[in-house]
Design a protein around this ligand. Structure first.
Ligand SMILES: [Zn+2]
Ligand SMILES: [Zn+2]
Length: 103
């Protein structure tokens, strides 16, 4: 087995990276890679801090908890650019938490 190679950035090429989705799934606000308002669940469902607050800090897709999304250093964004695929589910805004399929 080949040893892991540590680059000056401290990363090997076999590491899966975060998608860094560009927007909130609930209100579609922009969440750029350097945003400190971005929150993600374990599946990287991505929401803004205000929506996480409104949803009771529980992911509507998987019921998991949220954590602040780590900021990718700007010098790595050229090499590992963020996702440009917006995920937007307006139903999350329209449907109260108690009417969703998950508790
Ligand atoms: Zn939002
Ligand atoms: Zn989730």
């Amino acid at each position: 087995m080949a040893p892991l190679v540590h680059t000056p950035a401290g990363l090997s090429t076999v590491v899966d990276m975060l998608e860094l989705r560009p927007s909130c799934e609930r209100c579609d606000v922009d969440l750029p890679p350097q945003s400190e308002d971005a929150r993600i669940c374990t599946y990287e469902c991505t929401f803004c801090a205000a929506c996480v607050e409104a949803m009771g800090a529980c992911c509507p897709n998987c019921t998991g908890n949220f954590a602040p999304r780590p900021i990718r250093p700007a010098f790595l964004l050229d090499r590992d650019p963020p996702s440009t695929a917006r995920v937007f589910n307006p139903d999350l805004m329209a449907t109260p938490a108690e009417e969703r399929p998950f508790p």
